[in-house]
Design a protein around this ligand. Structure first.
Ligand code: ATP
Length: 268
């Protein structure tokens, strides 16, 4: 029975606790399952433990003096709880950290080259770049410095580098909508959806924008104070009165505020 579940799950996180500096218990027994090819959202407010959960999976806790103090993380059937971050990348885990960081003084093309795994041949890299530009057509952009790109361009670049150069089987995106206007959020989320559908890649999406996230994922987990307090299909979560009250209402309010600011600016 357990073997069958493992065959279906690309990621299985079981009762994981994370400690920072040996004292700060940031997540407290989190269990999350991601089926192969599924797109799952991790929702929750500031400081809930969403980024910590992703860092536990990608192995990036160490650089912040954090560690998994309890529980187990399995990826493609292998226990990766103590594995080095670089080996997790090699296994197919890609984590795009919050803030869509790029090397600002390099062009998008050069950023892609910098993100390519060591030893990747030039022809393989060119093939990957062609694929990337199917999702994000680059008219006139390839020679512009990444630091001067629009927010949309930078978001697109982060997705490029994540998905396409490291060829993950699990793509983890931390707040890809952060700082984007609502129409750009829709565009970026549409692209993430396409990557999931066309490439068959599993996606774990951390978002405070529950309204946008629940439109594209099949399931979601709600994390509060370091614990999973709710798990269900996107439809069930959208219909839940607590989620509606705390997350969807806030997101709708922010969209209407943005629209009225735009109207006001035009009027001026
Ligand atoms: P946000 O969207 O604000 O980043 P989050 O849900 O991703 O929120 P985390 O960043 O995972 O939340 O933080 C969870 C808890 O762990 C918070 O109380 C936070 O202050 C704490 N924390 C996060 N990073 C560290 C760190 N490097 N050292 C100590 N405590 C940390």
């Amino acid at each position: 029975m357990q073997e069958k579940a493992e065959a279906q799950h690309i990621l299985s996180m079981n009762s994981v606790e994370v400690l920072y500096d040996n004292v700060m218990l940031a997540i407290k027994g989190v269990s999350i399952q991601v089926r192969k090819g599924a797109m799952i959202a991790l929702l929750g407010s500031n400081g809930a433990g969403k980024s910590t959960t992703l860092k536990a999976i990608s192995g990036l806790l160490k650089v912040e003096r954090g560690r998994v103090s309890r529980g187990e993380i399995r990826f493609a059937g292998t226990d990766i709880t103590e594995m080095l971050a670089q080996h997790r990348v090699e296994m197919g885990i890609c984590h795009v950290i919050e803030g869509r960081r790029v090397f600002e003084h390099l062009t998008p093309d050069e950023n892609l080259i910098a993100a390519a795994p060591a030893g990747m041949s030039r022809s393989a890299l060119e093939a990957e770049k062609d694929k990337i530009y199917e999702y994000f057509p680059p008219p006139g952009r390839a020679s512009q410095f990444a630091g001067r790109l629009s927010v949309r361009g930078r978001a697109a670049d982060a997705c490029h580098r994540a998905r396409l150069v490291t060829q993950p089987s699990l793509l983890m995106l931390d707040e890809p909508s952060l700082g984007l206007a609502p129409f750009l959020v829709q565009e970026i989320f549409g692209i993430i959806q396409q990557i999931n559908e066309k490439e068959g890649m599993s996606v774990l999406l951390v978002e405070q924008n529950a309204l946008a996230a629940l439109e594209i994922v099949s399931e979601g987990y709600l994390i509060e104070n370091g614990r999973v307090v709710m798990h269900g299909t996107a439809e069930a979560l959208k219909a839940n009165s607590d989620i509606q009250e705390f997350y969807l209402a806030a997101a709708r309010a922010s969209i209407s505020t943005t629209s009225s600011i735009t109207v006001g600016a035009n009027a001026g």
